[in-house]
Design a protein around this ligand. Structure first.
Ligand code: 4AD
Ligand code: MG
Length: 430
């Protein structure tokens, strides 16, 4: 198959090519049809002049409904009026399948309608752009860790225990027993870090989030690096360097898509080191000065993150949250054990948390006490506490949520458009 793609059509100027795709739109002026053909990599205008094709072909194009699949042959020509710089002069035309009336028309549709038609909506210009940025973001993430000495080690999806709290667990039957969908690969990463030093896992994670917000999905993708002999400060430095690197890479590779999304890229260009670092209590003070009624000692809500991030022009790192509101595995700050060595990286422009991480408790008895204090079943964590018996080691890591990061990079108001088929409370269709 001759792989002609609209994305690289500049290599074909003057050549006769065959495009296979879908008819995105059509406009006619008597003797000429202007066909907008979409092949998955872009849209190109194909100009069909009556005298250049058979009557049947000209007729077929005249009646061809939106989203019919078509095969268009013709000569590629540079055209300065074209948004992509090229057009095709049509010499042959074949309808592969004539579409039924397409539900998504150029008129405005409500979000609920579009979400019901997500399987078709992903063909649309904006959705197409977002998902292409997503692919580049994921590639940038992988390349960062692959080129910084991390080994990709996959962690399981079916698990016997909670990692991030028991209230958001999806439970399923497991041969007469029960299992849970993973909330995070972290605990397994801690085991693989002892085997390989620097590791990362990257896969879907699941949380039974019972609230409807613009930041929560029940199935989302998370990348999680874990590093042996890495302390809290070093971990923050890696998170910072990583975030700067992936944002720059996406800006570099996906300018055109960000333009389609009308994203003002200046705030993204400002994502440089160093990120401001704020102790939890400092952040609370700032929040109070700016109208939040957060109770000191509580975890931040989405609104608090929005207020806080609007005060800075780049991502910020809030560290040392009260241990009581953080996960059982976090190491306490040796200087003030009321606080945990945890960090959240909050994206600017009101986006909020995109990374959560920290240093892990590495003392056997302290960890066992924390498991008990959180009311977790000790038996389920037996393998995990083993890591503190056989060569325990200081270690840290973090997790970055792909969808929240993408919503920020693309400037979207809601995470639902950042994943091909979003899963949320009351939403598992299509
Ligand atoms: O802060 P979280 O819960 O941290 C962890 O899961 C750690 N075990 C990670 C680690 O240290 N290895 O989640 C990490 C990130 C968040 O910052 C956010 O970007 C994303 O995962 N996230 C969600 N994204 C979409 N929908 C949800 N319901 C999310 N919950 C967390
Ligand atoms: Mg978090």
């Amino acid at each position: 198959m001759d792989d002609v793609r609209i994305e690289t059509i500049q290599d074909r100027v003057g050549q006769v090519v065959t495009l296979r795709g879908w008819l995105a739109a059509r406009r006619s002026s008597g003797k000429i049809h202007f066909l907008q053909v979409r092949d998955g990599t872009g849209v190109i205008q194909c100009v069909m002049v009556r005298s250049q094709v058979s009557d049947d072909e000209f007729q077929a194009a005249d009646h061809c409904p939106q989203e019919s699949s078509v095969e268009v042959g013709g000569t590629v020509r540079a055209d300065p009026r074209s948004p992509i710089g090229y057009e095709v002069d049509v010499t042959s035309f074949r309808v592969v399948h004539e579409s039924e009336p397409y539900p998504i028309t150029p008129k405005e549709h409500g979000t609920a309608f579009l979400m019901e038609h997500r399987h078709l909506w992903i063909r649309s210009r904006r959705q197409h752009a977002i998902l292409r940025v997503r692919a580049s973001l994921i590639k940038a993430i992988r390349d960062y860790f692959d080129s910084h000495g991390f080994l990709l080690v996959d962690t399981p999806i079916l698990t016997p225990a909670a990692c991030e709290g028991t209230t958001t667990l999806f439970e399923l039957g497991y041969f007469g027993d029960r299992a849970f969908l993973t909330q995070s690969g972290q605990l397994y990463n801690e085991a693989t870090a002892a085997a390989f030093g620097k590791v990362y896992c990257f896969g879907p994670t699941f949380r039974a989030e019972k609230s409807k917000t613009r930041r929560h999905l029940t199935e989302f993708w998370m990348v999680e690096p874990e590093m042996a002999f890495c302390d809290f400060e070093q971990n923050m430095a890696v998170a910072e360097d990583f975030l700067v690197s992936i944002v720059a890479r996406v800006l570099d590779e996906r300018r055109r898509e960000l333009e389609v999304l009308e994203r003002d890229t200046r705030p993204l260009e400002a994502v440089r080191k160093p990120f401001p670092r704020l102790h939890y209590e400092e952040a609370v003070r700032l929040l109070h000065e700016n109208g939040s009624d957060l109770q000191s000692g509580d975890d931040f809500g989405g609104d608090d993150e929005t207020i806080l991030t609007r005060l800075f022009d780049r991502p910020i790192m809030v560290h040392r949250f009260p241990a009581a509101v953080k996960a059982f595995y976090m190491k306490r700050d040796p200087d003030d054990p009321r606080y945990a060595l945890g960090v959240d990286v909050l994206a600017p422009e009101g986006y909020g948390e995109v990374i959560g991480g920290g240093q892990r408790e590495d003392d056997l008895e302290t960890l066992r006490a924390a498991i008990r204090a959180h009311g977790l079943p000790e038996e389920a964590f037996r393998w995990y506490v083993d890591l503190r018996r056989y060569g325990s080691f200081p270690h840290s890591g973090f997790g970055l949520g792909v969808e929240r990061t993408l919503a920020w990079i693309c400037g979207l108001p809601h995470v639902r458009e950042t994943i091909p088929f979003p899963r949320m409370l009351e939403k598992i269709w299509p």
